[in-house]
Ligand binder design. Structure first.
Ligand SMILES: Nc1nc2c(ncn2[C@@H]2O[C@H](COP(=O)(O)OP(=O)(O)OP(=O)(O)O)[C@@H](O)[C@H]2O)c(=O)[nH]1
Length: 560
């Protein structure tokens, strides 16, 4: 089954940094977002109120401007020389002209009689014309009147006045009744250049440039644009609630504007129902708000970065001693029994870990040392046991000399050496004479003791490099590896024979032996042929009367 791959391991440092960094980023962004939202709402409200204030100021300015005109025409209508109703009076003409000249907003100032015929007029425009059907006349007979803005093409041709390119000359009618002793004798009227009134209003609006890119519009009671004239007639405030002072609205051009609407206060005589509308693109209106929001986001990110950095530093402070401890643990793992532990980290848990690792190492090392001791002791015991086993496996238990199995191995080894080096060796078979009689006469134990003493004599008479083994019963084999010469071998055998004959044995006192001697030769294929040859020589010695040595050369072929 395929093993699941382990997840990629991250260091303590990376873990702590990632977690704290991520957490602080999330918290900072959440707090920043919340604060930003609050600030945005408050600032947007404040901007809206400011814009509304400006719209209101403009509306007031407009209203005041109209009221001034209203007052002026009202005063004109009440002037004694006008109220007398003597329409030929040159003072009336002078009054009219004075107003037009001193106040450029007046396009035309006139007085009519009670029937609506123009009796005096600046520049004699429309003099003698019947104005009884005009709204201003109808309304002006009953009281002071300010009319809506209107165009007057026939008058525009007669009146010299500069208007901006693309603009149409438009006017506001201001009229007031002329009464003498309470009886209507006529109507005083002035056509005020709307353009002038509106520009005055606009100048007041833009006087300090506090609202960049803001536009001032005038809207009538139905929501149709009165000014600027390029948008005249446009419906701009469908569904604008009366109670709402300002709001961010998307306009027909697709842009979003902070928009504010203020009602133009009524004049003394007329409730025009106009409203001043101010709109400012949100990128200008809310620039401060957005800047604050960006600052908050920036501060949040900066804060998160700072916390991440602190987290990284803190994690490093803790990770470094941990990494050092890990290195120490690796040294111990690699067999270093005396690792150098790092200095205290001044962090309780890490120092405790270091202390634990140190004492654990000492305990482990003590155990390891103890284990090594035990292993060494056991190994020694095992080696001794093995040696003892080996000794027992290769030693004759009665006499202590090599046994027949060991003899076989020795002969095999010598045969291999002979094959490789050509070095020959001698082999002697010694047999106690009449041993049966000893057993029979003195008992089996006595026979054993004789055999032990016999083996000791054999060993005493041979060199350390020679090899003595019990071949079986009372037969022993002596191998002389460094004696390739038959005569020398026979001399050694003779020496042994004499030594045995001269020795005193337990119980039986004297013992003799017979020996067969031979040396290995080129024709010998196995140890067996050599043993058989020596045995033949022994047989000869026995046959020749015992207590003697018989030697057979290597070339002596076995009888077929
Ligand atoms: N005590 C004792 N006797 C043994 C041991 N091994 C063999 N014998 C005896 O040795 C005797 C050997 O007798 P034989 O083979 O007849 O030879 P011998 O009596 O020595 O006669 P020759 O060799 O002809 O001189 C036998 O009686 C065996 O029982 C042994 O380990 N201990």
């Amino acid at each position: 089954m395929a093993q699941k791959r382990p997840a990629r391991l991250r260091g303590f440092r990376a873990h702590l940094t990632l977690w704290l960094g991520g957490l602080s980023l999330a918290v900072m962004l959440a707090v920043g977002y919340y604060l930003g939202k609050m600030a945005t709402v408050d600032l947007t409200l404040a901007q809206g109120e400011a814009l509304y204030g400006r719209a209101q100021a403009a509306a007031l300015q407009l209203s005041n401007s109209l009221k001034e005109r209203e007052l002026e025409i009202g005063l004109l209508s009440q002037a004694p020389h006008v109220a007398r109703g003597h329409w030929g009076d040159p003072d009336i003409q002078a009054s009219l002209d004075r107003r037009r000249i001193t106040r450029p907003e007046y396009a035309w100032v006139a007085v009519t009689d009670a029937r609506g015929t123009v009796r005096q007029a600046t520049q004699d425009v429309l003099l003698g014309e019947d104005m009884s059907s005009r709204t201003w006349f109808q309304a002006g007979r009953h009281g002071v009147f300010v009319g809506d803005v209107h165009e007057a093409p026939e008058l525009a041709q007669l009146l010299p006045y500069e208007v901006a390119d693309g603009e149409v000359m438009r006017f506001i009618d201001v009229a007031a009744p002329i009464r003498r002793n309470g009886t209507l004798v006529g109507v005083a009227v002035a056509l005020v250049h709307w353009d002038w009134v509106w520009q005055t209003t606009q100048r007041a609006f833009a006087v300090d440039g506090a609202s960049p890119a803001a536009e001032l519009w005038l809207v009538d009671r139905d929501g149709s644009v009165l000014y600027p004239s390029h948008s005249a007639g446009l419906q701009v405030l469908p569904g604008w609630p009366r109670t709402v002072r300002h709001q961010v609205a998307r306009w027909d051009d697709g842009r979003r504007y902070l928009t504010s609407v203020a009602a133009v206060p009524p004049t003394h005589g007329t409730e025009l129902g106009w409203r001043v509308l101010v709109r400012q693109p949100v990128e200008y209106a809310l620039a401060d708000t957005w800047a604050l929001r960006n600052q908050l986001i920036f501060m949040g990110l900066l804060g998160a970065l700072l916390i991440t950095w602190v987290a990284y530093r803190t994690a490093s402070r803790m990770a470094v001693p941990l990494e050092r401890l890990t290195a120490v643990a690796r040294q111990i793992e690699a067999g270093n029994h005396a690792p150098v532990f790092p200095p205290p980290a001044n962090v309780l848990e890490i120092d405790r870990l270091s202390q634990s690792l140190r004492s654990m190492t000492q305990t482990l090392l003590a155990h390891e040392h103890e284990l090594e001791q035990k292993i060494r002791q056991r190994t020694e015991a095992l080696e001794q046991a093995n040696a003892e086993l080996e000794r027992r496996a290769t030693t004759d238990p009665l006499t202590g000399v090599h046994n027949r199995r060991r003899l076989q191995d020795k002969l095999d080894e010598l045969m291999r050496i002979r094959q490789r080096t050509g070095r020959e060796f001698a082999l002697l078979i010694a047999d106690v004479d009449h041993f049966k009689a000893i057993n029979d006469g003195f008992g089996h134990d006595a026979g054993d003791r004789v055999l032990q003493a016999f083996a000791r004599v054999l060993q005493a008479q041979t060199r350390a490099t020679d090899f003595v083994a019990r071949y079986g019963g009372e037969e022993f084999v002596v191998v002389l590896p460094e004696t390739p010469d038959l005569a020398t071998a026979a001399q050694v055998a003779e020496k042994i024979r004499q030594a045995v004959a001269a020795s005193t044995f337990p119980m039986v006192q004297t013992v003799t032996l017979s020996m067969g001697v031979t040396v290995s030769g080129a024709l010998d294929e196995s140890p067996d042929t050599i043993l058989k040859r020596a045995d033949r020589a022994l047989y000869r010695a026995k046959a020749a009367g015992r207590n003697r040595v018989e030697a057979v050369p290597s070339t002596d072929a076995a009888p077929s």
